[in-house]
Design a binder for this molecule. Sequence first.
Ligand code: ATP
Ligand code: MG
Length: 442
Amino acid sequence: MNWLRRQDMSSDSPSSDIEGISLCPIHLNLLENLDSSVKMIFSNISESGFSIWIVGGAVRDSLANITVNDIDLATDATPSQLMEIFPSSIPTGVNFGTITIPSDGKFGDIQITTLRKDGSYLDRRRPESVRFGTSLLEDLNRRDFKINAMAIDPINLQFYDPHCGRDDLDSGILSAVGEPFERLDEDGLRILRAYRFMCHDSGPFKPDENLGKALVDSVGNLGSISRERIWMEFSKILTYSNVYNVLQKMVEDGVMDFIILGCNDIPSVDDCYIEGISRYDLMIARLSLLLKSVEEENVEEILNQLLVPNKVRNSVISIRGRIGITPNPESKGCLRRYRMELSDDLFSQLSAERGFSAQISDELRTALSVLPPLVGGLEPLISGNEIISRLGIEPSPLLGQLKQWLFRIQVENDLPDSNSIWEKVESLGFKGQPLGEYRMWV
Ligand code: ATP
Ligand code: MG
């Protein structure tokens, strides 16, 4: 693999194109705790004669003392050289210089991007051309915000921060790398990214005066951004701990009109947080609650426009419809039906409910936490065939309703087998028709 080695390792060595300083204990600790698979990537690249840097989020989040969820790497090796070094790698974004190395470490697959300098942006979305380079400085210059433009060299144990992102991080300021108007003009998504980082868990951050002004003046640039990219950023915003103030600011600054048209008043989305909730469930809950303030007839269209995955759309529509319709926590029967109907959406529903009424949601959660599992399991104990042979009826809409109603009786009364269900309904005066509501829950 000798041919891979960089020819000139002396004067223009990328490590020396910016002044670095020795790593601080926090970053040394970050390196020490990396999986052996990531350390292996560092040594393979270095032994092949190239440089490697940790860039972006991991550098920022470790300094902010929050969990590092993801690690982005940059190198001066080109994608094809990387694929020689790592034969199992996948060219996931080769035009933009990204390859992915499959890994089962805690960060999952690892992405490595060749140092680049973006060409001009003609469409406010993507650079017209991407030039692979050997300059770490140029690569950091193309990044959006100063807090995202720091790098660590894990081999030479150096920290690079040419734009003083660490000062911004320490003082809770978000500022653009370079001239904010130009940067937001190059790529309109950076507007939404700015709001995302204002409420990022490594913050909160307040935009500096120039960026604040540019954000409001450039909001129209969001109109040329693909819905996929908008959803990627917006769905992340919904996962942070405190997002109310920033969402409200998005309404005031006209950004929300590009995301959820008609959402003019932000509900208590910060109250949706419940200890132990996953980021995904929290995102679903908050989106459902936000859509509660929008006319029902527009909800599907908004979700379609946002291009949310089908699973998200289905959960959000049903959770939104059920907000405010809660069981009496004193009634075990109601609680059982509620839990059965909500199934995998239960946690998100309780979270959305919490933003609507924290007291009701908390009472409900307490009552559900002591509700034992159903003795008869999670499936209907009486089949359609059993109903047909017992009642002598033909397949029909009535059969479907009967099946649902019998399941509702089973769950509400926590019955163990089909005999006890028939006994129960006969004691209620069953004459071949559901007695009252047949659906499990609304
Ligand atoms: P998070 O952990 O929340 O994902 P992150 O910093 O890793 O934060 P990403 O969206 O994953 O954010 O992007 C990784 C890095 O790539 C950023 O830190 C930033 O340096 C750079 N970056 C991403 N998108 C852009 C963009 N549109 N313009 C300029 N730089 C960008
Ligand atoms: Mg990231």
